[in-house]
Design a protein around this ligand. Structure first.
Ligand code: SF4
Length: 342
């Protein structure tokens, strides 16, 4: 373990890089206290702080003033040193961890340390898949992350369209999508992205974005916009649950190959009026899995976007029959609402 520790402390910049575990991950690894109804099946590690980007929704953004650097979405991320995390992963007292996800803040020099961290994790737990969610700027960085042992790299676009991207993110939507596509073609099955529902996109834009990603073999992790105090979007409301349920169904139908985005019927404002077939046929296609957390295998992200006790946007566990029927009911009521308003 000492060798790993030395490996992780090669330079002053790297020594300064903060490493944090989500509160639930700390709990599952025996490094935290408290209780949680549903525990994560992935250990979520945040690397670095002081993001150079200016995403309007993100607590880590350089334009946010949350007064806390241990927040991402509504999750708290206590700081731990790398050795402690590696030892905990090696021991895995709960036996529940099936993946490690490194969520990388875009800070100078952070990726070099992330490469080393991935290698260290793989050396103590070669059986554990590791994914890295990061803002890579080019193919060379993606390749390096994969070569260091990551099984997947996620390049989050967050916004479902260029229009929405311009409203809430810095950088170039076109360049990010180009990199995603190039990387997915070069490394099939190993590239993913994150998309957030509720940033101001229409359902039509969302469906087209899902279709593009699915056609290129890019995995999609779906998130709900979560207003965080101190961010530029703190006063924007979270999406309605029915809106999110529709997005989950769209994602499910498209990624399972049941339908294409251009087969759905849209209202003038871009809302879905009807799927590709009448609802009584479509509902037979939708499995309860459609409403569970989407993304990498074994990524369940409990309470990432919702408070304990709320009906979750993403179910971090299998749904009961009642929950499944309620989710379907919400989708139907949303379609009815759109149809009756035109
Ligand atoms: S889908 Fe989950 S495990 Fe995969 S990169 Fe996103 S947050 Fe991490």
């Amino acid at each position: 373990m000492r060798a790993l520790s030395q490996c992780l402390r090669k330079s002053a910049t790297e020594a300064e890089m903060k490493i944090r575990l989500s509160a639930g991950s700390a709990l599952v690894l025996g490094l935290g206290h408290g209780r949680c109804d549903v525990l994560p099946t992935t250990a979520y590690v945040m690397c670095g702080d002081g993001c150079v980007r200016s995403c309007a929704f993100c607590s880590q953004s350089r334009v946010s003033h949350t007064g806390r650097d241990d927040l991402l979405s509504r999750v708290t991320w206590p700081e731990h040193d790398a050795d402690t995390i590696l030892q905990a992963l090696e021991a895995d007292v709960s036996g529940r961890v099936r993946r490690v996800c490194l969520q990388v803040v875009d800070a100078p020099g952070v990726l070099e340390t992330v490469h080393r961290l991935v290698k260290s994790i793989k050396s103590v737990r070669p059986d554990l898949p590791v994914c890295v969610s990061a803002s890579a700027y080019g193919m060379a960085e993606v390749q390096l992350l994969l070569e260091s042992g990551a099984d997947r790299v996620s390049l989050p676009i967050d916004a479902a369209s260029e229009r929405v991207y311009r409203l809430c993110k810095s950088g170039s939507y076109t360049r990010t999508v180009r990199l995603l596509v190039d990387a997915a073609r070069a490394f099939p099955g190993r590239i993913a992205t994150h998309i957030i529902v509720g940033l101001g996109e229409t359902e039509h834009e969302m469906a087209l974005c899902f279709q593009h990603m699915a056609d290129e073999g890019i995995g999609i992790g779906l998130f709900a916009f979560t207003p965080v105090r101190g961010t530029s979007m703190q006063h924007v409301s979270a999406p309605k649950l029915s809106t999110y349920r529709v997005a989950q169904v769209v994602l499910y139908l498209i990624t399972r190959g049941y339908a294409r985005a251009n087969e759905f019927q849209y209202s003038k404002d871009g809302s879905i009026r009807m799927f590709h077939r009448p609802w009584n046929e479509v509902r037979m296609l939708i499995a309860p899995r459609a409403f569970e957390t989407s993304g990498c295998p074994d990524c369940n992200r409990p309470y990432y976007n919702e408070r304990p006790g709320d009906v979750p946007y993403n179910y971090p566990r299998p749904l009961s029959e009642d929950e499944y029927n309620e989710a379907l009911e919400l989708v139907y009521s949303r379609l009815e609402e759109v149809c009756s308003s035109y």
